[in-house]
Design a protein around this ligand. Sequence first.
Ligand code: HEM
Length: 443
Amino acid sequence: MSALVTRIESHVGRPLTAQEIFEITRARETSLSRLLMLYITTGLLFMLLPGTFLGVWNLLEISSHRAVTSVSAAWIQAHGHAQIFGWISTFILGIGFYSIPKLRRMNPFALRSAWTCWALWTAGIALRWFTGVYRWHWRLLLPFSAAFELAAFLIFFSSVSKHRPQDSGRQALEKWVVVVITASIGFLVTLLVNLGACVLLAARAASPDLPLGFDQRFLVLETWGFLVPFVWGFSAKWLPVFLGLRSNREAFLLAALALNSAGVVTAMAGRTKVAAIVLCCGIFIAAWALRLLEPAQQAAKTKGVHSSFPLFIRLAYFWAITAAVLGIWASLVPESQGIWGASRHALTVGFLAMMVFGVGQRILPAFSGMRLLYSTRLMFVSLALLAVGCLLRVSSEIVAYQGFAAWAWSFLPASAVIEMTAVTIFAINLIATFKSRPPSAIQ
Ligand code: HEM
């Protein structure tokens, strides 16, 4: 903020008064909150329509035909891209723009770059969905969609990294920042690989769908290589305070990060069994480093959220561990599509979505202009339904897809509807929060 004040002072040719500085600070805070709400609302729209509703449709088709091949790869990949990039990554960009300069006491960035990033990112994701599903001019538009996504990320990256911390030179990087930087590198590599794949598909392939073998490896990169370390980084920053935990074991967190990166590289090289074991060791060590399974040192800070919040955060890490263990099982068994699918959804729904539901409803009301969460009860219902839907999905996907028992096919549609209800309630709770007036504006 001081850089902005200095710029205005040199423009007006006099020092600003305390009142003027207060007004500038408030105006900037309001603009940042509006920007954040735009990113979050965009992410919610991608989550609901192209993401969840298409995912539910896919699962209903698969269950009614009792075969995963009954749905085209295009529709499955369109759903996955909308959830990973359209929803969770849009949240990460918005929260990153809003909070990283503050958390690191950096000089603020130009808001214009954040708006440009949003426009390019949204256009890239929407274009990818339409080219995948409708195949309209896909040879031209597919590479453009990937280029837009990459350009948006580069704007984000340069905005939050080119500004130096105000106390730089005095302190080494905090460990959670190292984890977030590693995750950002994973994000960059994911988008570069995505661009390369889209260019190759456009030049040589008969359809815009990623080939199955490549898609499986790419999924490891975009989940374990990028989203998982992002969640670890923000867990290391926020969970000791929110859950009243003892301080992180930082050296172990970095060891977990190194193992995780090694696991991702090994998976990309096609050494699936070794990769699954290394990734599993990484998540166990990360959970230990974050002290999630130990009793809290202080009472959790649950004011404004449902009191079950700490339980669901721990449950999310339980799902991450389950995903990794299922990954080892899947790597050891031939024809293991159902176990891979269960592992993937244990990670995406059980871990990533549950963390976003929990931490999102904890921090976003305050970030959006010091609002209060619309309903703590809806927060509980969304988390509880997500947990039930995920349990039903992961267990019955293994039993049904692997052919262990036919009755499990009839549980899959129920799991889809329960998960869809959970995400819809989560979206309603956040939108209602954004539409409510902050307590400070009511007085
Ligand atoms: C209502 C909840 C959801 C339903 C019904 C659903 C359904 C599906 C279905 C049927 C598949 C096809 C493969 C398989 O059967 O395992 C799939 C794949 C996938 N889903 Fe979901 N899903 C849901 C939520 C999510 C969420 C929240 C995420 C991410 C945050 C996600 C990410 C993915 C990914 C990455 C794939 C793989 C796409 C690919 O093969 O390229 N899903 N989902």
